[in-house]
Design a protein around this ligand. Structure first.
Ligand code: 9MR
Ligand code: ZN
Length: 534
Protein backbone atom coordinates (compact mmCIF):
# COMPACT_ATOMS: atom_id res chain seq x y z
CA UNK A 1 0.00 0.00 0.00
CA UNK A 2 1.30 3.45 -0.86
CA UNK A 3 0.22 7.05 -0.48
CA UNK A 4 0.55 9.29 -3.54
CA UNK A 5 0.62 12.99 -2.92
CA UNK A 6 1.90 16.28 -4.30
CA UNK A 7 5.27 16.31 -2.55
CA UNK A 8 5.60 20.07 -2.68
CA UNK A 9 2.20 21.02 -1.41
CA UNK A 10 -1.20 22.57 -1.86
CA UNK A 11 -2.55 26.08 -1.71
CA UNK A 12 -4.93 26.71 1.20
CA UNK A 13 -7.99 27.35 -0.94
CA UNK A 14 -7.33 24.61 -3.48
CA UNK A 15 -8.86 21.18 -3.66
CA UNK A 16 -6.59 18.64 -1.99
CA UNK A 17 -6.62 14.98 -2.79
CA UNK A 18 -4.25 12.12 -2.20
CA UNK A 19 -4.51 8.61 -3.61
CA UNK A 20 -3.67 5.36 -1.89
CA UNK A 21 -2.88 2.34 -3.98
CA UNK A 22 -2.66 -1.38 -3.53
CA UNK A 23 -2.37 -4.25 -5.95
CA UNK A 24 -5.54 -5.83 -4.61
CA UNK A 25 -8.90 -4.50 -3.41
CA UNK A 26 -8.52 -2.98 0.07
CA UNK A 27 -9.74 -0.45 2.57
CA UNK A 28 -7.96 1.55 5.25
CA UNK A 29 -8.22 4.62 7.45
CA UNK A 30 -6.22 7.78 6.97
CA UNK A 31 -5.35 10.71 9.19
CA UNK A 32 -3.77 14.03 8.35
CA UNK A 33 -1.17 15.14 10.85
CA UNK A 34 -0.18 18.76 11.26
CA UNK A 35 3.54 18.52 11.98
CA UNK A 36 3.76 22.03 13.37
CA UNK A 37 1.21 21.62 16.17
CA UNK A 38 0.93 17.82 16.29
CA UNK A 39 -2.82 17.79 15.79
CA UNK A 40 -4.53 15.23 13.54
CA UNK A 41 -7.80 14.86 11.72
CA UNK A 42 -9.43 11.68 10.48
CA UNK A 43 -10.17 11.74 6.77
CA UNK A 44 -12.86 10.07 4.79
CA UNK A 45 -11.68 7.68 2.18
CA UNK A 46 -13.61 6.79 -0.93
CA UNK A 47 -13.09 3.69 -2.97
CA UNK A 48 -12.13 4.40 -6.55
CA UNK A 49 -11.71 0.83 -7.78
CA UNK A 50 -9.14 -0.45 -10.24
CA UNK A 51 -7.38 2.21 -12.25
CA UNK A 52 -6.22 1.43 -15.80
CA UNK A 53 -3.68 4.28 -15.83
CA UNK A 54 -1.62 2.63 -13.06
CA UNK A 55 -3.00 -0.89 -12.90
CA UNK A 56 -3.60 -0.40 -9.16
CA UNK A 57 -6.60 -0.42 -6.88
CA UNK A 58 -7.05 3.08 -5.58
CA UNK A 59 -8.66 4.94 -2.73
CA UNK A 60 -9.07 8.69 -2.83
CA UNK A 61 -8.62 10.86 0.22
CA UNK A 62 -10.09 14.34 0.23
CA UNK A 63 -8.67 16.90 2.66
CA UNK A 64 -9.77 20.03 0.83
CA UNK A 65 -11.44 21.34 3.97
CA UNK A 66 -8.06 21.73 5.68
CA UNK A 67 -6.94 25.25 4.88
CA UNK A 68 -4.61 26.06 7.74
CA UNK A 69 -1.12 26.82 6.53
CA UNK A 70 1.60 24.56 7.81
CA UNK A 71 3.49 21.32 7.31
CA UNK A 72 1.62 18.09 7.14
CA UNK A 73 1.82 14.41 6.40
CA UNK A 74 -0.72 11.67 5.83
CA UNK A 75 -0.72 8.62 8.03
CA UNK A 76 -2.37 5.45 6.99
CA UNK A 77 -2.85 2.39 9.16
CA UNK A 78 -1.25 -0.05 6.76
CA UNK A 79 1.59 1.80 5.05
CA UNK A 80 4.45 4.25 5.31
CA UNK A 81 3.52 7.85 6.11
CA UNK A 82 3.48 10.25 3.18
CA UNK A 83 6.37 12.66 2.76
CA UNK A 84 5.96 15.95 4.58
CA UNK A 85 4.29 18.57 2.42
CA UNK A 86 3.14 22.11 2.89
CA UNK A 87 -0.15 23.91 2.75
CA UNK A 88 0.72 27.49 1.92
CA UNK A 89 0.20 30.40 -0.42
CA UNK A 90 3.58 30.10 -2.10
CA UNK A 91 4.05 26.37 -2.49
CA UNK A 92 4.81 26.73 -6.21
CA UNK A 93 7.14 29.72 -6.00
CA UNK A 94 10.49 27.92 -5.94
CA UNK A 95 9.59 25.46 -8.65
CA UNK A 96 8.27 28.27 -10.82
CA UNK A 97 11.51 30.18 -10.53
CA UNK A 98 13.59 27.13 -11.40
CA UNK A 99 11.35 26.22 -14.34
CA UNK A 100 12.03 29.66 -15.83
CA UNK A 101 15.71 29.62 -14.86
CA UNK A 102 16.28 26.36 -16.69
CA UNK A 103 16.70 28.33 -19.92
CA UNK A 104 19.81 30.05 -18.67
CA UNK A 105 21.40 26.62 -18.19
CA UNK A 106 20.46 25.74 -21.76
CA UNK A 107 22.25 28.74 -23.27
CA UNK A 108 24.63 27.86 -26.09
CA UNK A 109 27.58 29.91 -27.32
CA UNK A 110 28.46 31.62 -24.06
CA UNK A 111 30.09 30.58 -20.83
CA UNK A 112 27.75 29.91 -17.95
CA UNK A 113 29.11 31.98 -15.10
CA UNK A 114 29.58 30.73 -11.59
CA UNK A 115 27.69 33.77 -10.36
CA UNK A 116 24.52 32.50 -12.05
CA UNK A 117 25.13 28.83 -12.70
CA UNK A 118 27.00 27.95 -9.49
CA UNK A 119 28.59 24.51 -9.75
CA UNK A 120 27.00 24.04 -13.17
CA UNK A 121 29.19 26.73 -14.74
CA UNK A 122 30.96 25.81 -17.95
CA UNK A 123 32.93 27.51 -20.68
CA UNK A 124 31.70 28.64 -24.08
CA UNK A 125 30.39 26.02 -26.51
CA UNK A 126 29.48 25.64 -30.17
CA UNK A 127 31.02 28.78 -31.55
CA UNK A 128 32.72 27.39 -34.67
CA UNK A 129 31.94 28.09 -38.31
CA UNK A 130 28.90 26.34 -39.74
CA UNK A 131 28.39 24.43 -42.95
CA UNK A 132 25.46 25.48 -45.14
CA UNK A 133 23.81 22.24 -46.19
CA UNK A 134 22.42 23.41 -49.51
CA UNK A 135 25.73 24.39 -51.12
CA UNK A 136 28.44 23.17 -48.77
CA UNK A 137 29.72 26.71 -48.15
CA UNK A 138 31.36 27.42 -44.76
CA UNK A 139 29.67 30.33 -43.03
CA UNK A 140 30.72 32.43 -40.06
CA UNK A 141 29.58 31.06 -36.68
CA UNK A 142 25.88 31.25 -35.79
CA UNK A 143 26.14 31.71 -32.07
CA UNK A 144 23.51 31.71 -29.34
CA UNK A 145 20.12 30.23 -28.56
CA UNK A 146 19.25 27.41 -26.19
CA UNK A 147 20.29 23.81 -26.58
CA UNK A 148 17.07 22.07 -27.53
CA UNK A 149 17.06 19.25 -25.08
CA UNK A 150 19.39 16.52 -23.86
CA UNK A 151 21.24 16.96 -27.16
CA UNK A 152 23.06 20.05 -28.40
CA UNK A 153 20.96 20.73 -31.49
CA UNK A 154 19.18 24.01 -32.02
CA UNK A 155 15.95 23.75 -33.97
CA UNK A 156 13.90 26.70 -35.16
CA UNK A 157 10.34 25.56 -34.49
CA UNK A 158 10.88 24.11 -31.01
CA UNK A 159 12.94 27.17 -30.09
CA UNK A 160 10.27 29.55 -31.36
CA UNK A 161 7.53 27.67 -29.53
CA UNK A 162 9.47 27.59 -26.25
CA UNK A 163 10.23 31.31 -26.41
CA UNK A 164 6.58 31.95 -27.25
CA UNK A 165 5.34 29.99 -24.22
CA UNK A 166 7.53 32.17 -22.02
CA UNK A 167 6.44 35.37 -23.73
CA UNK A 168 2.75 34.48 -23.48
CA UNK A 169 3.35 33.64 -19.82
CA UNK A 170 4.73 37.13 -19.45
CA UNK A 171 1.89 38.70 -21.39
CA UNK A 172 -0.83 36.86 -19.47
CA UNK A 173 0.71 36.89 -15.99
CA UNK A 174 3.37 39.63 -15.95
CA UNK A 175 3.58 39.88 -12.18
CA UNK A 176 3.90 36.13 -11.76
CA UNK A 177 7.03 35.76 -13.88
CA UNK A 178 9.97 35.57 -11.48
CA UNK A 179 13.30 37.38 -11.41
CA UNK A 180 15.96 34.98 -12.56
CA UNK A 181 19.41 36.17 -11.51
CA UNK A 182 20.82 35.99 -15.03
CA UNK A 183 23.53 38.25 -16.51
CA UNK A 184 20.96 40.75 -17.83
CA UNK A 185 19.00 41.04 -14.56
CA UNK A 186 18.43 44.61 -13.51
CA UNK A 187 18.69 46.11 -17.00
CA UNK A 188 15.13 47.44 -16.90
CA UNK A 189 13.63 44.61 -18.96
CA UNK A 190 11.77 41.80 -17.16
CA UNK A 191 13.99 38.75 -16.79
CA UNK A 192 11.66 36.43 -18.64
CA UNK A 193 12.02 38.68 -21.69
CA UNK A 194 15.77 38.96 -21.15
CA UNK A 195 16.01 35.20 -21.28
CA UNK A 196 13.80 35.04 -24.38
CA UNK A 197 16.01 37.59 -26.09
CA UNK A 198 18.88 35.13 -25.87
CA UNK A 199 16.86 32.80 -28.09
CA UNK A 200 15.36 35.51 -30.31
CA UNK A 201 18.78 36.95 -31.19
CA UNK A 202 19.85 33.50 -32.32
CA UNK A 203 16.61 32.90 -34.21
CA UNK A 204 17.20 36.13 -36.14
CA UNK A 205 20.38 34.53 -37.46
CA UNK A 206 18.44 31.52 -38.70
CA UNK A 207 16.69 33.57 -41.41
CA UNK A 208 17.97 33.25 -44.96
CA UNK A 209 18.23 36.12 -47.49
CA UNK A 210 14.94 35.09 -49.09
CA UNK A 211 13.06 35.55 -45.81
CA UNK A 212 12.64 31.86 -45.03
CA UNK A 213 14.05 30.24 -41.90
CA UNK A 214 16.36 27.27 -41.69
CA UNK A 215 14.73 24.25 -40.10
CA UNK A 216 17.66 23.55 -37.79
CA UNK A 217 21.30 23.99 -36.87
CA UNK A 218 22.73 20.72 -35.63
CA UNK A 219 25.60 18.36 -36.12
CA UNK A 220 24.94 15.38 -38.37
CA UNK A 221 24.88 13.00 -35.41
CA UNK A 222 24.17 13.68 -31.74
CA UNK A 223 27.36 14.22 -29.73
CA UNK A 224 28.40 11.59 -27.21
CA UNK A 225 27.90 12.26 -23.53
CA UNK A 226 30.29 15.15 -23.07
CA UNK A 227 30.09 18.74 -21.87
CA UNK A 228 28.92 21.15 -24.59
CA UNK A 229 32.29 22.88 -24.85
CA UNK A 230 33.90 19.51 -25.60
CA UNK A 231 31.62 18.89 -28.56
CA UNK A 232 33.68 19.96 -31.56
CA UNK A 233 31.51 18.38 -34.22
CA UNK A 234 30.73 20.34 -37.37
CA UNK A 235 27.41 22.13 -37.13
CA UNK A 236 25.29 22.23 -40.26
CA UNK A 237 22.73 24.87 -41.19
CA UNK A 238 19.96 22.84 -42.80
CA UNK A 239 17.45 23.96 -45.40
CA UNK A 240 14.24 25.91 -45.10
CA UNK A 241 10.90 24.50 -44.04
CA UNK A 242 7.65 26.44 -44.11
CA UNK A 243 6.90 25.15 -40.63
CA UNK A 244 10.07 26.77 -39.30
CA UNK A 245 9.47 29.92 -41.37
CA UNK A 246 5.93 30.36 -40.06
CA UNK A 247 6.93 29.70 -36.43
CA UNK A 248 9.77 32.16 -36.96
CA UNK A 249 7.39 34.81 -38.34
CA UNK A 250 5.02 34.30 -35.41
CA UNK A 251 7.61 34.48 -32.65
CA UNK A 252 9.30 37.52 -34.22
CA UNK A 253 5.99 39.36 -34.46
CA UNK A 254 5.21 38.44 -30.86
CA UNK A 255 8.68 39.53 -29.77
CA UNK A 256 8.33 42.82 -31.64
CA UNK A 257 5.06 43.47 -29.83
CA UNK A 258 6.36 42.70 -26.34
CA UNK A 259 9.81 44.27 -26.64
CA UNK A 260 8.56 47.56 -28.16
CA UNK A 261 8.38 49.35 -24.81
CA UNK A 262 11.74 48.06 -23.60
CA UNK A 263 13.92 48.29 -26.70
CA UNK A 264 12.38 49.81 -29.83
CA UNK A 265 15.29 49.09 -32.13
CA UNK A 266 15.31 45.40 -31.19
CA UNK A 267 11.54 45.39 -31.76
CA UNK A 268 12.10 46.95 -35.20
CA UNK A 269 14.61 44.27 -36.15
CA UNK A 270 12.16 41.55 -35.17
CA UNK A 271 9.27 43.24 -36.91
CA UNK A 272 11.11 43.51 -40.20
CA UNK A 273 12.31 39.89 -39.92
CA UNK A 274 8.71 38.82 -39.27
CA UNK A 275 7.48 40.68 -42.33
CA UNK A 276 10.17 39.21 -44.57
CA UNK A 277 9.19 35.73 -43.38
CA UNK A 278 5.55 36.59 -44.00
CA UNK A 279 6.35 37.62 -47.56
CA UNK A 280 8.13 34.32 -48.09
CA UNK A 281 5.00 32.51 -46.87
CA UNK A 282 2.85 34.51 -49.31
CA UNK A 283 5.06 33.53 -52.20
CA UNK A 284 5.22 29.88 -51.07
CA UNK A 285 1.68 28.74 -50.31
CA UNK A 286 2.81 25.12 -50.71
CA UNK A 287 4.16 23.27 -47.71
CA UNK A 288 7.93 22.82 -47.72
CA UNK A 289 8.40 20.00 -45.25
CA UNK A 290 11.55 18.72 -43.64
CA UNK A 291 12.95 15.25 -43.28
CA UNK A 292 16.51 14.48 -42.32
CA UNK A 293 18.68 14.13 -45.43
CA UNK A 294 20.75 10.95 -45.73
CA UNK A 295 23.51 10.86 -43.13
CA UNK A 296 21.73 13.14 -40.69
CA UNK A 297 20.52 11.54 -37.46
CA UNK A 298 19.66 14.46 -35.20
CA UNK A 299 16.08 15.50 -34.40
CA UNK A 300 13.77 15.68 -37.39
CA UNK A 301 10.87 17.70 -36.01
CA UNK A 302 8.88 16.91 -39.11
CA UNK A 303 5.26 17.92 -39.48
CA UNK A 304 2.38 16.74 -41.61
CA UNK A 305 0.78 20.13 -42.03
CA UNK A 306 1.95 23.70 -41.80
CA UNK A 307 -1.55 25.20 -41.67
CA UNK A 308 -1.45 25.67 -37.90
CA UNK A 309 2.00 27.31 -38.03
CA UNK A 310 0.80 29.67 -40.75
CA UNK A 311 -2.34 30.41 -38.75
CA UNK A 312 -0.25 31.36 -35.71
CA UNK A 313 2.04 33.45 -37.90
CA UNK A 314 -0.76 35.39 -39.53
CA UNK A 315 -2.49 35.92 -36.18
CA UNK A 316 0.61 37.53 -34.69
CA UNK A 317 1.44 39.37 -37.93
CA UNK A 318 -2.04 40.80 -38.31
CA UNK A 319 -2.00 41.93 -34.68
CA UNK A 320 1.07 43.94 -35.65
CA UNK A 321 0.20 45.18 -39.14
CA UNK A 322 -3.63 45.43 -39.11
CA UNK A 323 -3.23 44.83 -42.85
CA UNK A 324 -6.44 43.61 -44.54
CA UNK A 325 -4.54 41.11 -46.67
CA UNK A 326 -3.01 39.49 -43.56
CA UNK A 327 -6.45 39.24 -41.99
CA UNK A 328 -7.85 37.61 -45.09
CA UNK A 329 -5.09 35.02 -44.99
CA UNK A 330 -5.63 34.43 -41.28
CA UNK A 331 -9.36 34.02 -41.71
CA UNK A 332 -8.94 31.45 -44.42
CA UNK A 333 -6.30 29.50 -42.42
CA UNK A 334 -8.53 29.62 -39.33
CA UNK A 335 -11.46 28.04 -41.12
CA UNK A 336 -10.13 24.64 -40.00
CA UNK A 337 -12.07 23.14 -37.13
CA UNK A 338 -9.46 21.13 -35.27
CA UNK A 339 -6.17 21.93 -33.57
CA UNK A 340 -7.18 25.34 -32.29
CA UNK A 341 -6.07 24.61 -28.75
CA UNK A 342 -2.80 22.74 -29.37
CA UNK A 343 0.29 24.19 -27.73
CA UNK A 344 3.07 21.72 -28.53
CA UNK A 345 6.12 21.97 -30.76
CA UNK A 346 4.38 20.50 -33.79
CA UNK A 347 0.87 21.84 -33.39
CA UNK A 348 0.60 25.47 -32.55
CA UNK A 349 -3.04 26.38 -33.25
CA UNK A 350 -3.50 27.17 -29.56
CA UNK A 351 -0.76 29.79 -29.75
CA UNK A 352 -2.81 31.55 -32.42
CA UNK A 353 -5.62 31.31 -29.88
CA UNK A 354 -3.54 33.01 -27.16
CA UNK A 355 -2.71 35.80 -29.59
CA UNK A 356 -6.30 36.30 -30.72
CA UNK A 357 -8.24 35.76 -27.49
CA UNK A 358 -6.19 38.10 -25.31
CA UNK A 359 -5.73 40.92 -27.81
CA UNK A 360 -7.35 44.28 -27.05
CA UNK A 361 -11.05 44.26 -27.92
CA UNK A 362 -11.82 44.81 -31.60
CA UNK A 363 -8.35 43.77 -32.78
CA UNK A 364 -9.74 40.64 -34.43
CA UNK A 365 -13.20 40.07 -35.95
CA UNK A 366 -15.73 38.74 -33.47
CA UNK A 367 -16.47 35.58 -35.42
CA UNK A 368 -12.78 34.62 -35.36
CA UNK A 369 -12.54 35.23 -31.60
CA UNK A 370 -15.67 33.18 -31.03
CA UNK A 371 -14.34 30.23 -32.98
CA UNK A 372 -11.23 30.08 -30.77
CA UNK A 373 -13.22 30.68 -27.62
CA UNK A 374 -15.54 27.82 -28.51
CA UNK A 375 -12.60 25.56 -29.30
CA UNK A 376 -10.99 26.19 -25.89
CA UNK A 377 -14.24 25.72 -23.97
CA UNK A 378 -15.20 22.56 -25.86
CA UNK A 379 -11.74 21.11 -25.31
CA UNK A 380 -11.83 22.09 -21.62
CA UNK A 381 -15.17 20.29 -21.20
CA UNK A 382 -13.74 17.25 -22.92
CA UNK A 383 -10.76 17.33 -20.55
CA UNK A 384 -13.08 17.70 -17.56
CA UNK A 385 -14.95 14.56 -18.55
CA UNK A 386 -11.67 12.68 -18.83
CA UNK A 387 -10.35 14.00 -15.51
CA UNK A 388 -13.54 13.03 -13.72
CA UNK A 389 -13.40 9.50 -15.03
CA UNK A 390 -9.98 8.48 -13.74
CA UNK A 391 -8.76 8.13 -10.20
CA UNK A 392 -5.63 10.23 -10.51
CA UNK A 393 -7.93 13.04 -11.68
CA UNK A 394 -5.77 13.52 -14.73
CA UNK A 395 -6.94 15.67 -17.62
CA UNK A 396 -5.20 13.26 -19.91
CA UNK A 397 -6.61 10.40 -22.02
CA UNK A 398 -5.31 6.91 -21.24
CA UNK A 399 -3.81 6.58 -24.71
CA UNK A 400 -1.98 9.92 -24.69
CA UNK A 401 1.15 8.78 -22.86
CA UNK A 402 3.74 8.87 -25.62
CA UNK A 403 7.14 10.55 -25.94
CA UNK A 404 7.01 13.80 -24.02
CA UNK A 405 3.72 13.01 -22.25
CA UNK A 406 4.45 15.59 -19.58
CA UNK A 407 4.24 18.23 -22.28
CA UNK A 408 0.72 17.05 -23.09
CA UNK A 409 -0.16 16.99 -19.38
CA UNK A 410 0.97 20.62 -19.16
CA UNK A 411 -0.59 21.64 -22.51
CA UNK A 412 -3.90 20.40 -21.18
CA UNK A 413 -3.38 22.27 -17.93
CA UNK A 414 -2.71 25.42 -19.97
CA UNK A 415 -5.86 24.85 -22.03
CA UNK A 416 -7.88 24.54 -18.82
CA UNK A 417 -6.32 27.72 -17.42
CA UNK A 418 -7.27 29.55 -20.61
CA UNK A 419 -10.82 28.22 -20.20
CA UNK A 420 -10.93 29.75 -16.70
CA UNK A 421 -9.63 33.06 -18.02
CA UNK A 422 -12.29 33.05 -20.74
CA UNK A 423 -15.26 31.83 -18.73
CA UNK A 424 -14.48 32.97 -15.20
CA UNK A 425 -15.20 29.42 -14.00
CA UNK A 426 -12.60 28.39 -11.42
CA UNK A 427 -13.38 24.73 -11.89
CA UNK A 428 -11.26 24.48 -15.04
CA UNK A 429 -8.18 25.86 -13.29
CA UNK A 430 -8.77 23.45 -10.45
CA UNK A 431 -8.62 20.59 -12.95
CA UNK A 432 -5.41 22.08 -14.32
CA UNK A 433 -3.98 22.08 -10.81
CA UNK A 434 -4.63 18.35 -10.59
CA UNK A 435 -2.25 17.90 -13.53
CA UNK A 436 0.30 19.96 -11.61
CA UNK A 437 -0.09 17.66 -8.58
CA UNK A 438 0.58 14.71 -10.85
CA UNK A 439 3.81 16.32 -12.05
CA UNK A 440 4.90 16.99 -8.47
CA UNK A 441 4.65 13.39 -7.37
CA UNK A 442 1.00 12.42 -7.13
CA UNK A 443 1.50 9.47 -9.41
CA UNK A 444 2.01 5.72 -9.02
CA UNK A 445 5.80 6.04 -9.13
CA UNK A 446 5.77 8.77 -6.45
CA UNK A 447 8.16 10.65 -8.65
CA UNK A 448 8.37 14.39 -9.00
CA UNK A 449 9.03 15.12 -12.66
CA UNK A 450 10.80 18.39 -11.82
CA UNK A 451 14.42 18.09 -10.70
CA UNK A 452 15.15 19.52 -7.28
CA UNK A 453 11.50 19.76 -6.22
CA UNK A 454 9.50 17.39 -4.05
CA UNK A 455 10.87 14.67 -1.79
CA UNK A 456 11.53 12.24 -4.63
CA UNK A 457 12.42 14.07 -7.83
CA UNK A 458 13.83 12.23 -10.85
CA UNK A 459 17.60 12.47 -10.85
CA UNK A 460 19.00 11.02 -14.04
CA UNK A 461 17.74 13.04 -16.98
CA UNK A 462 18.88 12.13 -20.47
CA UNK A 463 20.82 15.38 -20.64
CA UNK A 464 24.39 15.58 -21.84
CA UNK A 465 25.71 18.19 -19.38
CA UNK A 466 24.05 16.48 -16.40
CA UNK A 467 25.57 13.15 -17.35
CA UNK A 468 29.06 14.56 -17.88
CA UNK A 469 29.61 17.36 -15.36
CA UNK A 470 30.64 15.01 -12.55
CA UNK A 471 28.03 16.52 -10.24
CA UNK A 472 25.51 14.13 -8.69
CA UNK A 473 22.48 16.37 -8.68
CA UNK A 474 21.13 17.66 -11.97
CA UNK A 475 20.46 21.38 -12.04
CA UNK A 476 17.03 22.20 -10.64
CA UNK A 477 13.91 22.92 -12.63
CA UNK A 478 14.24 20.37 -15.42
CA UNK A 479 11.01 18.69 -16.55
CA UNK A 480 11.27 15.04 -17.55
CA UNK A 481 9.61 13.93 -20.80
CA UNK A 482 7.50 11.60 -18.69
CA UNK A 483 5.94 8.16 -19.02
CA UNK A 484 5.88 6.76 -22.54
CA UNK A 485 3.75 3.64 -22.90
CA UNK A 486 5.44 2.84 -26.23
CA UNK A 487 8.79 2.23 -24.47
CA UNK A 488 10.86 3.57 -27.35
CA UNK A 489 14.42 3.00 -26.13
CA UNK A 490 16.45 0.04 -24.96
CA UNK A 491 17.20 1.50 -21.53
CA UNK A 492 13.55 1.68 -20.50
CA UNK A 493 12.71 -1.63 -22.16
CA UNK A 494 15.30 -3.25 -19.94
CA UNK A 495 13.47 -2.04 -16.85
CA UNK A 496 9.82 -2.00 -17.86
CA UNK A 497 7.81 -4.87 -19.31
CA UNK A 498 5.75 -4.45 -22.45
CA UNK A 499 2.11 -3.81 -21.60
CA UNK A 500 2.86 -2.04 -18.30
CA UNK A 501 0.14 0.53 -17.50
CA UNK A 502 1.07 3.96 -18.89
CA UNK A 503 1.80 5.85 -15.68
CA UNK A 504 4.46 3.29 -14.79
CA UNK A 505 6.31 3.57 -18.11
CA UNK A 506 9.00 5.92 -16.92
CA UNK A 507 12.63 4.99 -16.27
CA UNK A 508 14.77 7.42 -14.32
CA UNK A 509 17.95 6.41 -16.10
CA UNK A 510 20.19 8.50 -18.33
CA UNK A 511 19.83 6.16 -21.27
CA UNK A 512 16.07 6.48 -21.52
CA UNK A 513 15.64 9.27 -24.02
CA UNK A 514 12.06 8.30 -24.79
CA UNK A 515 10.88 8.63 -21.17
CA UNK A 516 13.44 10.74 -19.37
CA UNK A 517 14.92 13.36 -21.66
CA UNK A 518 14.43 17.05 -21.06
CA UNK A 519 13.46 19.69 -23.64
CA UNK A 520 13.01 23.44 -23.68
CA UNK A 521 9.38 23.29 -24.89
CA UNK A 522 8.46 20.86 -22.08
CA UNK A 523 9.87 23.29 -19.55
CA UNK A 524 8.35 26.37 -21.14
CA UNK A 525 4.73 25.24 -21.10
CA UNK A 526 5.24 23.99 -17.54
CA UNK A 527 6.64 27.40 -16.60
CA UNK A 528 3.53 29.07 -18.02
CA UNK A 529 1.23 26.80 -16.03
CA UNK A 530 3.20 27.25 -12.80
CA UNK A 531 3.30 31.02 -13.29
CA UNK A 532 -0.48 31.02 -13.24
CA UNK A 533 -0.65 29.12 -9.97
CA UNK A 534 2.27 30.79 -8.24
O1 9MR B 1 9.75 15.94 -28.44
C1 9MR B 1 9.87 15.13 -29.58
C2 9MR B 1 8.82 14.05 -29.53
O2 9MR B 1 7.53 14.62 -29.59
C3 9MR B 1 9.03 13.07 -30.68
O3 9MR B 1 8.14 11.98 -30.53
C4 9MR B 1 10.48 12.56 -30.66
C5 9MR B 1 10.78 11.60 -31.78
O4 9MR B 1 10.72 12.21 -33.00
O5 9MR B 1 11.37 13.66 -30.74
C6 9MR B 1 11.25 14.54 -29.65
O6 9MR B 1 12.16 15.57 -29.82
C7 9MR B 1 13.52 15.28 -29.62
C8 9MR B 1 14.25 15.83 -30.85
O7 9MR B 1 13.91 15.07 -31.97
C9 9MR B 1 15.74 15.91 -30.66
N1 9MR B 1 16.09 16.57 -29.44
C10 9MR B 1 15.49 15.95 -28.27
C11 9MR B 1 13.99 16.02 -28.37
C12 9MR B 1 13.34 15.53 -27.09
O8 9MR B 1 13.41 14.16 -26.92
ZN1 ZN C 1 26.28 24.92 -27.22
Amino acid sequence: MKIHIDQVGYKPGSQKYAMISSDEPFSTTVTLENIDDSTSVELTVSNAGKDPYSGDYLLTVDFSQVQTKGRYRLLCKDCEPSPVFEIGDHVYANATRDLFRMFYFMRCGCSLLEKHAGVYKHSCCHSGRVLRYTDGVMLPPIIGGWHDAGDYGRYTSPGAVAAAHLMYAYELFPTKCPSLSIPESGNGTPDVLNECRYELEWLLKMQFEDGSASHKLTSERHAGFMMPEEDKSQFVLYMTSTMATADFAAVMALGARLFRRFDASFADRMQSAALRARDYLYSHPEMIGFTNPPGCGTGGYGDRSDTDERMWAFAEIYRLTKDARDLEMLTSLASVESGKTCLGWGQVGGLAGLCILFAPTDTFPEELCLSFRRAFLVQADRLRTIARSNSFRLAMPLDAFGWGSNMVVMDHAATLIVATLLSGKAEYASLAEDNVHYLLGRNPLDRSYITGHGSNPFKNPHNRPTASDGIDEPFPGLVSGGPNAHLMDAACRELIAEGTPPLRCHADVVGSYSTNEIAIYWNSITALVFAYFS
